[in-house]
Ligand binder design. Sequence first.
Ligand SMILES: NC(=O)c1ccc[n+]([C@@H]2O[C@H](COP(=O)([O-])OP(=O)(O)OC[C@H]3O[C@@H](n4cnc5c(N)ncnc54)[C@H](O)[C@@H]3O)[C@@H](O)[C@H]2O)c1
Length: 434
Amino acid sequence: MSKKICVIGTGYVGLIVSVGLSDFGNEIIGVDVDPDKVDMLNRGISPIYEPGVERYLKRNLETGRLSFSTDIDGSIQGSEVIIIAVGTPPKENGEADLSFVENVVKSIAANLNSYKVIVTKSTVPVGTNRWIKEKLEEYAPGKDFDVVSNPEFLREGKAAQDFFHPDRTVIGYESEKARDVIFEVYRSLNLITVPFVWCSLETAELIKYASNAFLATKITFINQMANLAETVGADIHTIAKTMGMDGRISPKFLHPGPGYGGSCFPKDTMAVVQTGDKYSVDMSLIRAVIEANDRQKSRMVVKLEKLLGGFSGKTIAVLGLAFKSETDDIRDTPALNIVEGILKHGGKIQAHDPKAMDNFSKVYPEVQYCHSEFDALKGADALVLVTEWNEYRNLNLEKAKSLMKGNIILDTRNLLDINLVREKGFIYEGVGRG
Ligand SMILES: NC(=O)c1ccc[n+]([C@@H]2O[C@H](COP(=O)([O-])OP(=O)(O)OC[C@H]3O[C@@H](n4cnc5c(N)ncnc54)[C@H](O)[C@@H]3O)[C@@H](O)[C@H]2O)c1
């Protein structure tokens, strides 16, 4: 039987969860503190760029099963399942900031008018769901509820695909009643035989951090190998491809680049180190990954500076600002380090990104934002490719050469054909292409 569900927070995760669960036939009210976001969503406009999401948004608004509101109290009261999807950004010391979650928990406590299952989708450190349970017991004594941990694994840019076809769904739970409710919420996934992992609250919480820390480690591993390959004259792509042929390794996440970014890997690796510190457990491997990733980002700036012989008075075309392609998200994107490095040392930037320029311009208004990649290339001394947008892979090199003043390319994603680029008269550097 379909469920009445309140999704609190309609950002990258909350929005896809709202439209996805509504598409499964549930009745969803998405709640956000941002009235502009709520207004846009009710008009069928997605506040973020995420392929496919607007189609699902419109389709489900039309059925009447999906709506959005700023009324958190009424929305909680009218729902049996409450999904927490607010942000858990890093604090100064790397710990996850749970203040948004805490505010939501207070609202839930004030509106527990009937049995409810509180589902935590936000990425939260081990022990948080138990803490939520204790807080609810304290704020709303005697009320009937269950707490479930249901971490989200979607990738921005592929969120719809990941929501409807997840590799697995993880449910940390403690009561059979809650298990039955969650089973109904995800009935459609069960029907398409997605593996469900039913486990304890703590196990579910740690699965999420372990997964992200592992992926961040894999990226950092191949980046360090790429740096070595480049120094000794070896080719990282042949190395990575061959490593990936080993079934124990798998070819995914072995692509070298400018260092991982985004809203998850940097903050989740820091949070897991903080959790280790809290319980006096050695997390030196993940600590080393964080440090190596920071150095990888700086390495891109140093490489570019060397190629150019200094940034002062130079114009650099930066193609790609988002932390990866198919998103407008710029949280912790390597482009932030590259842009900061160039500007700090007196360079001028002409930038282009198909979707992320609005977000980036709020942080760096001094950058010149261009309508096309070719506008960005006009009069540039160097080109730095930062995001792997498809449209940059087939860059018209002849046109680029004719527009640029200089002939330097730093390709931090290894998008271009190295031989072709050099044939056209460019000085080219990638990552790990010795
Ligand atoms: N973005 C991803 O790819 C991704 C993937 C998996 C897990 N996660 C996790 O999911 C969580 C959410 O991430 P996100 O990227 O969607 O964040 P986000 O910043 O895009 O969205 C959070 C939303 O919550 C709203 N909000 C904050 N406080 C609120 C309140 N009290 N009531 C109602 N709304 C409130 C904000 O206005 C915002 O719209 C985080 O814990 C994150 O680590 C994110």
